[in-house]
Design a protein around this ligand. Structure first.
Ligand SMILES: Cc1cc2nc3c(=O)[nH]c(=O)nc-3n(C[C@H](O)[C@H](O)[C@H](O)COP(=O)(O)O)c2cc1C
Length: 196
């Protein structure tokens, strides 16, 4: 079951550094790519930043539409993540093929605020509006976005945090390079050593 995450807590969906999927759409063209370089940027209003190479179709669609979405894929989606992160959407168009959603059989639903195509098997979804470049972003292909909707799967995210303890294979994945990922290890509850 999908639950809405308060926007003030949207950063928690990315705090643990998962590899994400980036959805984009302009007109009737939609696309999906993988991104390991995504991060929370601010609480209020909630912001994220993601590096999206200017050679990608994703970048062109986002620049044309002004919106994008980040989703958190699972262990069960690792091959899909590598695939949409290796195949260029533009090459599919050039070859007259279906887009990545059709070609790789990705179930999708429409984002509640921006209507972006979101992969249904993921465990969290953030729809974002592109923010103006604050100065340093452009040099690094970094896109800042304001989060306008945040949702998560209650099986693995509830009460304000992730519950990956018993979530196999619905855990997030973390790219280390060359198509190799780790999943999260042990959960640690910590205390502040300076607290009286
Ligand atoms: C695990 C993984 C992580 C990636 N991370 C990024 C990233 O953070 N930024 C980026 O620009 N490209 C990243 N890529 C590469 C893009 O996903 C890739 O260029 C993709 O084919 C672009 O698709 P498009 O041209 O259809 O938009 C990553 C690829 C993989 C497999």
């Amino acid at each position: 079951m999908r639950i809405e995450v308060p926007l003030a807590q949207a950063s928690r969906l990315l705090n643990h550094g998962p590899t994400v999927l980036v959805s984009s759409q302009h007109g009737n063209q939609r696309n999906l790519m993988a991104a390991a370089w995504a991060m929370p940027l601010d609480f209020k209003p909630p912001k994220v930043a993601v590096v999206i190479d200017r050679q990608t179709l994703t970048r062109r669609l986002i620049e044309a539409s002004g919106v994008f979405a980040l989703s958190v894929p699972t262990l069960a989606m690792a091959d899909l993540c590598t695939t949409v992160g290796s195949v260029s959407g533009q090459s599919l168009i050039d070859q007259g093929r279906e887009d990545k959603f059709g070609r790789f059989g990705i179930d999708q639903f429409s984002g509640p605020v921006l209507g972006l195509p979101l992969p249904a098997q993921a465990i969290a979804w953030l729809e974002c509006r592109v923010l103006p470049d604050f100065g340093v972003f452009d040099a690094y292909d970094l896109l800042p976005g304001e989060v306008v909707s945040a949702w998560a799967d209650a099986e693995v995210y509830r009460d304000g945090r992730w519950h990956f303890e018993a979530a196999d294979p619905r855990r997030s994945i973390h790219h280390v390079g060359g198509g190799v990922y780790f999943t999260l290890g042990e959960m640690l509850h910590t205390r502040n050593l300076d607290a009286s």
